[in-house]
Design a protein around this ligand. Structure first.
Ligand code: GRF
Length: 223
């Protein structure tokens, strides 16, 4: 009997790994048909690594401070990743700007989640920026990674209303709940071969996705 190889994921993180946990849950629940081949962190001892160890997932730490420059770190990272032959790299709170060379090596096979409704608020402190701007909604966006920081084509967004008395921390925790719903879903689409990246654009079931991606509305999505 031949066994079918499930899609292999490499998850890259730098911190608490609550998104990693959502992938572990989704895999255990059968909602995500993939295996996590390895979790890689650029910081030793973070909670994300502990979560991976607790789930019996192979972990690697590659400390960026041990490298002279971005190119050398990214080369070492790429080498470690290639050993595991992943189908998809999943950035889950990986606090590193990736070099063009790295992105090219894995072109069309890197997803990220960013805690804002891109193209609004790339970079850091997204929740404070949304509150300070008086926005009615914050949210999160799953997108393909290109060399432009938080600038690759969006796949799926979840909106979260901003309350009058919101703090960045309160808002962040509500946004995270949504992240844990949309990220495993988008990764499952990729694993099914439904989500693709062609010539700089994102496609679902061969149809080009809207400029800001799909909007998540519970168990379905709207365009
Ligand atoms: C999330 O807010 C995600 O949007 C951003 O980094 C954070 C990671 O959180 N890219 P966690 O480590 O998965 O808990």
């Amino acid at each position: 009997m031949t066994s079918i190889r499930r899609p292999q994921l490499a998850i890259l993180l730098s911190g608490s790994g609550s998104n990693l946990q959502s992938f572990i849950h989704a895999i255990n629940a059968g909602a995500l048909e993939a295996d996590i081949a390895v979790v890689i962190s650029n910081k030793a001892g973070v909670l994300g690594l502990k979560r991976a160890n607790a789930a019996g997932i192979k972990t690697i730490t590659i400390d960026n401070l041990q490298f002279q420059n971005r190119e050398e770190f990214d080369s070492a990272l790429a080498l470690s990743i290639k050993y595991y032959k992943p189908d998809l790299l999943v950035l889950a709170g990986f606090m590193r700007i990736l070099t063009q060379g790295f992105v090219k090596t894995f072109s069309g096979r890197i997803l990220n989640i960013h805690p804002s409704l891109l193209p609004k608020y790339p970079g850091l402190n997204t929740h404070k920026k949304a509150i300070d701007a008086g926005d009615a909604f914050a949210g999160a966006t799953v997108h393909f990674v290109t060399a432009k920081l938080d600038g690759g084509p969006p796949v799926l967004q979840a909106e979260v209303p901003i309350h009058q008395d919101d703090s960045p921390e309160k808002l962040a925790s509500r946004v995270l709940e949504k992240e844990h719903q949309i990220y495993p879903l988008a990764v499952q689409w990729f694993c099914e071969g439904r989500l693709t990246f062609v010539e700089g654009s994102a496609f679902l079931d061969s149809a080009a996705l809207p400029k800001n991606g799909l909007t998540y509305v519970g168990d379905s999505t709207k365009k």
